[in-house]
Design a protein around this ligand. Structure first.
Ligand SMILES: *[C@@H]1O[C@H](CO)[C@@H](O)[C@H](O)[C@H]1NC(C)=O
Ligand SMILES: *[C@@H]1O[C@H](CO)[C@@H](O)[C@H](O)[C@H]1NC(C)=O
Ligand SMILES: *[C@@H]1O[C@H](CO)[C@@H](O)[C@H](O)[C@H]1NC(C)=O
Length: 423
């Protein structure tokens, strides 16, 4: 055999290797400060909302006592605005002394005692997005500091730096995290900044160096924002789906469920579509005041099971017609080479009554050589679902609430042969 060929094959295998820190084998789940708490630092006026030890400890308690940890939400992360404006005499980052009076290691230890893992934020540039010290000229000391504090998750943002430096800089910081010897989940913001400049991200490099990455703009607390993000991912989700898998995921940004901007139905849409996309589920809301019905969406075991499906295949938008988009993800169980599927029908029509949709299995690319048991994972009295699985008539008739979702799990039952025998 030609030795050159062997060499080429070996290179292909090694160059496409994924980050091997043993983390994020299913999409990460947890809670993050940013969307809800932003850069609130005035603890005198807003003691319950400022970025502080108090907020993190209180949230960790709620995550442990209200079933979030048990459901799988096991990271708790601080985003921007936690640091002092000056590094210390050893060039180390310092937690803000008023808001984190016991330092960051204390917070990490507390969080760990609640069965949670601890996340922190840094920025690859000279400053963070909110103007706190950036990591650019301190990559090594910052990685070491995070390791010393007991950090389990680092989000590296990309403000105040030339996008051209990111292709080298993000992998370099990832290497320094690895060098600390402490496994830290690495969340990269680099493609979101490239996307703004029309640069196609290098997905092979992302897979090799990051556990998850932000592809697009920050989420805001509104349906418009969720729609725009779904549109961005939907437009290219077939391509994106090929680049996600155990240890490396696309991140359409935080769950805003439980805040001010989404209705009950819209909240279900975000949860369902994020699960189909195999997206990280990072809650950003006040867990002390969230209404029970929104909490139930976040804790929905069936949807979380789809998000964490062991096949690790991300789903995609199959089609969009008459203001209904359909999203699909292959899931276990698998029979021969055929898989079960999760299907989400989203009605984008903002006004009017529930909307009717009529789809064949063929146009949704669902295999008709099996019949399926069908489960409605988000039952609603105002929605309807009919699934026909007779010979040469495999289709769905659905009625979906305005800006709502119908989420189905289709579990492979028997082969069509067995089915025919029964008829
Ligand atoms: C560092 O990288 C090596 C090689 O990929 C891997 O085996 C190891 O688990 C990593 N260690 C940490 C702490 O991430
Ligand atoms: C998605 O694609 C449509 C049709 O090509 C385009 O009009 C829209 O701007 C795209 N949206 C996003 C957010 O990429
Ligand atoms: C859906 O399509 C099928 C096949 O064309 C048709 O028989 C059925 O009447 C349609 N249903 C509705 C409610 O339009």
């Amino acid at each position: 055999m030609d030795t050159k060929l062997i060499f080429v094959i070996a290179c292909l295998v090694s160059s496409s290797s994924a980050l091997d820190n043993g983390l994020a084998l299913t999409p990460p789940m947890g809670w993050l400060t940013w969307e809800r708490y932003r850069c609130v630092i005035d603890c005198a006026y807003r003691p319950d909302e400022c970025i502080s030890e108090r907020l993190i400890l209180k949230t960790a308690d709620l995550m442990a006592s209200l079933g979030y940890v048990e459901a799988g939400y096991d990271y708790i992360g601080i985003d921007d605005c936690w640091a002092e404006h000056e590094r210390d005499e050893n060039q180390r980052l310092v937690a803000n002394k008023q808001r984190f009076p016991n330092g960051m290691k204390y917070v990490a230890d507390y969080v760990h005692s609640k069965g949670l893992k601890f996340g922190i934020y840094a920025d690859f540039g000279t400053l963070t997005c909110a103007g706190y010290p950036g990591t650019l000229n301190h990559l090594e000391i910052d990685a070491e500091t995070f390791g010393d504090w007991g950090v389990d998750y680092v989000k590296l943002d990309g403000c105040y730096v030339d996008v051209g430096l990111m292709d080298e800089g993000y992998p370099k910081f990832g290497g320094l995290l690895n060098k600390t010897g402490r496994p830290m989940l690495y969340s990269c913001s680099w493609p979101a900044y490239q996307q703004e400049k029309g640069i196609m991200p290098d997905f092979d490099s992302l897979i090799e160096h990051c556990n998850m990455w932000r592809n697009y703009d920050d989420i805001e607390d509104s349906w418009t924002s969720v729609e725009t993000i779904m549109e961005y991912f939907g437009n290219q989700s077939r391509m994106l789906a090929t680049h996600a898998g155990p240890g490396h995921w696309h991140d359409p940004d935080m769950l805003i469920i439980g805040n001010f901007g989404l209705s009950f139905d819209q909240s279900k849409v975000q949860m369902a579509v994020w699960a189909i996309l195999a997206a990280p589920l990072l809650i950003s809301t006040n867990l002390g005041t969230i209404k029970p019905e929104f909490r139930q969406i976040l804790l929905n075991k069936d949807i979380i099971a789809i998000n964490r499906d062991p096949l690790g295949k991300a789903g995609f938008r199959v089609l969009k017609k008459s203001q209904i988009s359909v999203w699909k993800r292959n899931i276990v169980p698998v029979k021969d080479k055929h898989t079960s599927v999760a299907v989400a029908f989203v009605n984008h029509n903002v006004n009017g009554a529930p909307r009717f949709g009529n789809f064949t299995f063929e146009e949704l690319e669902i295999d008709t050589s099996y019949i399926y048991d069908v489960y409605d994972l988000l039952p609603s009295k105002t929605q309807k679902i009919m699934v026909y699985q007779e010979k040469s008539n495999h289709r769905f008739e659905v009625l979906i609430n305005p800006t709502g979702v119908l989420l189905l799990k289709l579990v492979i039952k028997d082969s069509i042969g067995v089915y025919n025998n029964e008829v």
